[in-house]
Design a protein around this ligand. Structure first.
Ligand code: 7RM
Length: 654
């Protein structure tokens, strides 16, 4: 039976995939070594992270303090040490790997460009020198508003080199969103491009910058413009300058500014469910350690790997698994500018084939979208170089997991389902490919040095298996956010206050099974309450997507007199949107299906169809908007961060 404190788990997934002999042999960390890491971290997690910080990072001044918790929950790590992040990502590889390819880039039009570590180092230094010449100083904020091209990474690394704090605004965001973020960060300089190629069109970035600056952004003195699309743009005398002109004649070496371990490396704005965007602040050393270790442990990066993380640098995933972590490991990364289906539905697999991608990391939303085109598309490409697949951003439903495993990974590649957040900086719960047996739909177990718990509404530990509750982190970890830019009080109230500052509150609901595996159920705010049964959205959605006719699904609650909440499901089919009798038949079929898969309690009361679901630009379903639609109300929320606002109309129809 249920009470109001617990979230019920109705998911029934029993498949287990143990690491192959090959994965066990090749992996840097095997099961025994993983157990040793857990034991070491369990004994003293500060000593554990301090050992790794000493061994894995290059310090100009070694630290003596591991963790300073005197101002908790404002935790600080390695507080008296000094280093430079760009030195850790670039300079340290020059002797051994100077001629190794650091970046392989493919543009949407098909243009390819490569940088060795040596070339990347030179480009970063030239830009860093140019930024200094333009008056950028250590601690100044620089907003980066760029397409997914190598210069985006160069800009980030150049900021890190001189201790300027970057704040990337995703290139798909509007001038309005850009302005809000520039103003909150009080940026001195903006780095942008004339435009980028996306979805077969040119995204006019510089034009948005001009608009944002017309409306405000008074702290901005200069705009640096990278030439990408070469279409005509406006350049304001005295304010705007071309990247290639600014870096011309600059030295290929720039003396790195050594900063304190806690010096902010970057801000990254996340739009929370309410209120203005939060500028998440990350540190230099702790952040770098988290991204370095997780690339080594979870992606198990080797010298001959080609690592493709499909995330844009505008998201935390693009920071940790494109720009910083893999470079700190000396890896070869692939950057791709375009959309997955332009100019054809096999583009992702073609890129994997053409560049010999070995490790591929993407989001469930992309996997489901590509799955929709059928198995024959990926089968046209040679994917035999792939050895490891990753997933991030949302719970991956077992159906999509199995497709990824069989069709893309050809049953050969482990899938690392990585749970983490903008705020956590790096992976928190994820499998080790050579050590952890996988269960489709579970992100498995916390990394060594990460301590996760499930608690109830009052903050009491839930120790029973399969009982859902709030996912929390009980000990500080190096790559955690430090605060919200300019708003320490909001940092405490958002992440700590509810349980008296005892835990970092993730905002997701989850349960742990009898093997200690974690299953993320969705955001706490999205939990459904049907006749006193609390259900996570993930499980109902997962059941819907398991039906052969369904490509994607999102469920929300709508107030109901008797049941408390009724379930409304928004569904995208593999075929056209149905009408008339066909529609009625599919609705009956899907309701019965969920009833069979989970039980009568989870049967949707209403099902609506659309060509797509409302998603953020990073692919997360905006259930908040769907709740408004389910209630039959007008949308008054900001929809500017939506990927495709037109589908709201379809979904509003009963
Ligand atoms: C990396 C990123 C964070 C939220 C998080 C979850 C959801 C992310 C997974 C996941 C289940 C996963 N940062 N989430 N990864 N849920 N399994 N593997 O996405 O700040 O943009 O979002 O995303 O709800 O709290 S984020």
């Amino acid at each position: 039976m249920s009470d109001n404190n617990h979230i019920e788990s109705v998911l029934n997934e029993n498949r287990l995939f143990s690491p192959s002999e090959r994965a066990k042999k090749e992996a840097t960390v095997n099961a025994e070594q993983l157990a040793a890491l857990h034991a070491e971290a369990g004994a003293d997690h500060v000593a554990f992270w301090s050992r790794l910080a000493q061994e894995k990072l290059q310090w100009s001044k070694p630290f003596t303090v591991g963790l300073d918790d005197s101002k908790a929950p404002h935790y600080r790590w390695f507080t008296d040490g000094e280093l430079n992040v760009s030195v850790n990502c670039l300079d340290r590889h020059l002797d051994e790997r100077g001629d190794k390819t650091a970046i392989i880039f493919e543009g949407e039009p098909g243009d390819v460009q490569k940088y060795t570590y040596h070339e990347l180092h030179g480009a970063v230094c030239r830009l860093a020198n140019a930024l200094k010449l333009q008056g950028v100083e250590t601690g100044d904020r620089v907003v980066i508003y760029m397409p997914m091209i190598p210069e985006a990474v160069i800009a980030m690394q150049a900021c890190a080199r001189i201790g300027a704090i970057h704040s990337i605004v995703f290139g798909g965001f509007s001038a309005e969103a850009l302005k809000d973020r520039v103003e909150d960060a009080q940026a001195k300089l903006i780095i942008t491009a004339d435009g980028g190629h996306r979805g077969g069109r040119v995204v006019e970035l510089k034009k948005s910058v001009d608009l944002a600056l017309e409306k405000g952004c008074n702290t901005v003195r200069k705009v640096l413009v990278c030439k990408r699309t070469a279409h005509d743009i406006f350049m304001k005398e005295g304010r705007d300058l071309w990247w290639h002109e600014a870096e011309a004649g600059m030295s290929n070496y720039c003396e790195p500014v050594m900063v304190n371990a806690e010096h902010p490396l970057f801000l990254l704005y996340t739009s929370g469910s309410t209120g203005k965007p939060k500028g998440i602040v990350h540190s230099s050393a702790g952040y770098l350690l988290g991204t370095h270790m997780s690339n080594e442990w979870i992606f198990d990066l080797k010298d001959d790997d080609v690592f493709w993380c499909t995330a844009d640098v505008g998201w935390i995933t693009g920071h940790s698994y494109v720009a910083y972590g893999p470079l700190s490991c000396g890896a070869t990364i692939l950057m791709f500018e375009g959309a997955p289906t332009i100019p054809h539905t096999g583009r992702f697999w073609e890129v994997c084939q053409n560049h010999g991608v070995t490790v591929f990391y993407t989001a469930p939303t992309a996997i489901r979208a590509l799955m929709k085109f059928g198995d024959d598309v990926p089968k046209q490409y040679d994917l035999s170089k792939l050895r490891l697949l990753g997933s991030v951003g949302e719970p991956i439903n077992p159906e999509a997991w199995m497709w990824y495993h069989t069709v893309i990974g050809q049953e050969r590649c482990p899938i690392v389902d990585t749970w983490w957040q903008t705020e956590t900086g790096a992976h928190m719960i994820a499998p080790f490919p050579g050590a952890t047996a996988l269960k489709p739909g579970s992100c498995t177990q916390p990394l060594p040095g990460i301590f996760a718990e499930i608690v109830d509404e009052e903050g009491n530990l839930i120790t029973a298996d399969n009982q859902g509750g709030y996912l929390v982190i009980s000990k500080p970890w190096p790559s955690m956010l430090r605060t919200i830019w300019g708003d320490d009080a909001r940092y405490v109230s958002t992440y700590y206050e509810k349980f008296n500052n005892k835990y970092y509150i993730v905002g997701d609901s989850a349960f742990r099974d009898a093997d200690g595996y974690y299953w993320i159920l969705g955001r706490v705010d999205d939990v459904l309450n049907v006749s006193g049964h609390r259900l996570g959205t993930m499980e109902v959605e997962s059941a819907l997507v398991a039906h052969p006719k369904v490509a994607e699904a999102a469920v929300v609650g709508r107030p109901h007199d008797v049941k408390g909440e009724a379930i409304v499901a928004f569904v995208v089919l593999n075929s056209e949107r149905p009408t008339g009798a066909e529609r009625d038949a599919i609705i009956t079929e899907l309701k019965a299906w969920v009833g069979e898969q989970i039980g009568p309690i989870a049967k949707p009361d209403e099902i609506r169809f659309g060509d797509n679901l409302p998603k953020t630009r990073s692919g997360k379903i905006m259930r908040r908007l769907l709740r408004t639609l389910a209630k039959g109300e007008e949308i008054t929320q900001d929809t500017s961060t939506l990927e495709d606002a037109t589908i709201l109309k379809q979904l509003a129809e009963k």
